[in-house]
Design a protein around this ligand. Structure first.
Ligand SMILES: NC(=O)C1=CN([C@@H]2O[C@H](COP(=O)(O)OP(=O)(O)OC[C@H]3O[C@@H](n4cnc5c(N)ncnc54)[C@H](OP(=O)(O)O)[C@@H]3O)[C@@H](O)[C@H]2O)[C@@H](O)CC1
Ligand SMILES: [K+]
Length: 552
């Protein structure tokens, strides 16, 4: 599923209209119908009649009963059914307010109003601006609604009774909005939010930045957002994602092929995207002739006296991700204490004195990396004297993919690593927002302002695969593509969960997945395992990182 910016959406709109010759008003009709169908679904689910409605026209012709067939076998009959998607199926019809802006988002709402009326739902149009100010297709929808006799009021001139309505359609602002809602728009948004009535937003909640997910003041709090044609970036990024409620993406006649040909770079990370765009074998088939050597060998340089657990978690996660062997290199002093902690692991003493790392250990890590399929560095590493020289030696010397996490990212942030010899093998960086802020030299708030945009830019500029962790982790590739993950659970906000992800990604790289595949599939599996682990706990806040490994 493609994820677009407002600008990309406008381009795809234009191409559909100009290249394919589909009139803009046809797209708007489809949009209006899709919004109405989702409102009807909501009405049905709220009144408990969620089953497939038969519609008034749904009837089985007489004359079939008893004809032929034995007990329990229904004879073939002549059936007629109506437009079920637009049938209330016994649900309470109610009365909806349709808040319409003067742009095409308003036009979508006006089209939806006609379909709602057709379904038997009473509607009142509430214009945010004088109806005469509507132009183009929106004006056409205004006239169609008027011709059908739909009641309409103008905000500021007429009274709007929010208390009496059963729901609100938010068609005030869409992808054409700029900045915080002004004037009547702001007042209508505030009134809709404080009404306590369910709000269904057309395309995006009004007040949301469609690209960054920034929620302006005020911004609609929707129960459902009917996103048109393609998912907008702002609906995946917080805080906007929290304003959108349940997001339903509905096609309106703009072909996905246009997005593919047009090189839309961002996709939602779904099993289908993993299979098709990333070519990942999501079934994780094992060869009947396979042995431990078939599935690769991870070297992990991680752990120090106060954070040995981070190394252990990453190492165990790599094994659970399916790699054949893991060697964990750690400070010599710690080694006797972790023997037996995970008997499947191989251990190698590589650290300095006192359970900490030292710059001099780079040679030993380099030696251990020879013949290994991947090296992961960072979990529980700590900082030490000349650590930038240490990491530079690994960066320039390890002839296999690398995963760089935790303190190794902080070392990188303090280094001018663009001046280091460029690597022939891929690097995956796995920062959380704080680490990303240090890497990019900006504040954490700036990182969170547009995670997708930042991840895309950083990965491309630095030639790395970037995993920007957090709610809706973003995986960006050096080629300029990005994947947004929605698996996961808030319970995963616990120490060590990131170390587990590093281990999973390293374990997948060892099995021969390329950097984009391993990062994307790793993030996806990590989230799924977190969801599973959360379900297994009595209270998901009790979830700890080890549970995620066990749920893999
Ligand atoms: N074209 C098509 O075929 C399709 C279009 N589609 C639909 O169109 C939507 C995009 O429509 P759009 O481009 O007309 O912009 P839209 O979001 O309605 O707002 C523009 C209006 O808002 C105003 N305004 C702006 N900012 C404001 C603010 N802060 N506070 C207050 N007012 C503000 C601005 O007024 P101005 O500032 O120019 O005076 C202008 O009048 C898209 O989201 C989707 O729903 C889809 O169905 C696909 C097919
Ligand atoms: K809207």
């Amino acid at each position: 599923m493609y994820v677009v910016t407002a600008e990309e959406m406008r381009r795809l709109d234009r191409e559909t209209i100009e290249r394919l010759g589909i009139p803009a008003v046809a797209l708007m009709e489809n949009a209006g119908r899709a919004i109405a169908e989702e409102i009807i679904k909501l009405c049905r689910s709220r009144s408990g009649s969620a089953g497939s409605p038969r519609g008034d026209a749904g009837t089985e012709a007489a004359g079939t009963a008893g004809a032929g067939g034995g007990e329990g076998i229904k004879p073939p009959g002549f059936t007629v059914s109506g437009d079920n998607a637009l049938a209330l199926g016994g649900a309470d019809a109610g009365h909806w307010l349709v808040l319409a802006g003067k742009g095409n988002n308003g036009g979508d709402g006006l089209a939806a109003a006609r379909y709602l009326r057709e379904a038997g739902i009473a509607v009142t149009l509430v214009y945010a601006a004088a109806p005469e100010s509507l132009a183009g297709e929106a004006a056409l929808q205004r006239d169609a609604a008027a011709a059908l006799g739909l009641p309409a009021v103008v905000y500021g001139r007429d009274r709007v009774d929010f208390a009496a309505c059963s729901g609100i359609v938010d068609a005030l602002l869409g992808t054409g909005s700029a900045g915080a809602p002004r004037g009547a728009y702001a007042e209508l948004i505030a009134a809709a939010n404080s009404s306590g009535k369910p709000i269904v937003s057309a395309d995006i909640p009004s007040g949301l930045d469609a690209d960054t997910g920034q929620a302006h003041e005020p911004c609609i709090h929707a129960a459902v957002t009917v996103c048109l044609a393609f998912l907008k970036r702002g609906l995946l990024q917080y805080p906007g994602a929290g304003n959108a409620g349940q997001v339903v993406v509905r096609s309106i006649g703009i072909p996905a092929a246009l997005a593919r040909e047009g090189g839309v770079p961002v996709s939602l990370l779904t099993p289908e995207v993993l299979r098709t765009r990333l070519q990942v074998d999501v079934s994780r088939r094992r060869s009947p002739e396979g042995h431990k050597g078939t599935y690769g060998h991870v070297l992990l340089a991680a752990g120090s006296l106060s954070m040995s657990g981070a190394g252990l978690l990453a190492a165990r996660a790599a094994l659970r991700a399916g790699c054949g062997l893991v060697t964990w290199a750690l400070p010599a002093m710690l080694l006797p204490h972790v023997i037996g902690a995970a008997p499947e692991l191989m251990l190698a003493a590589a650290g300095g004195e006192n359970g900490t790392w030292s710059a001099g250990t780079a040679a030993e890590v380099l030696r251990l990396s020879t013949g290994r399929d991947v090296t992961a560095v960072g979990p529980g590493l700590g900082r030490f004297a000349d650590d930038q020289e240490w990491l530079r030696a690994l960066w320039e010397g390890i002839a296999a993919p690398m995963v760089i996490d935790a303190d190794a990212l902080n070392i990188l942030a303090d280094s001018d690593y663009s001046s280091w010899t460029s690597r022939c093998h891929p690097v995956i960086l796995t920062p959380h927002p704080g680490e990303m802020a240090r890497l990019a030299g900006i504040s954490t708030a700036e990182v969170q302002r547009d995670r997708i945009g930042l991840a895309l830019a950083y990965a491309r500029e630095h030639g790395v695969t970037l995993v920007l962790k957090g709610a809706h982790t973003v995986v960006a590739t050096p080629e300029g593509e990005a994947y947004v993950n929605i698996t996961g659970h808030p319970g995963m906000g616990t120490g060590g969960a990131g170390d587990v992800l590093t281990g999973i990604i390293a374990g997948l790289l060892a099995q021969g997945l390329n950097a984009a595949q391993a990062a994307a599939f790793g993030v996806y599996l990590h989230g799924l395992a977190g969801e599973r682990a959360a379900r297994q706990r009595h209270d998901p806040s009790a979830l700890i990182a080890g549970d995620i490994i066990e749920a893999l």
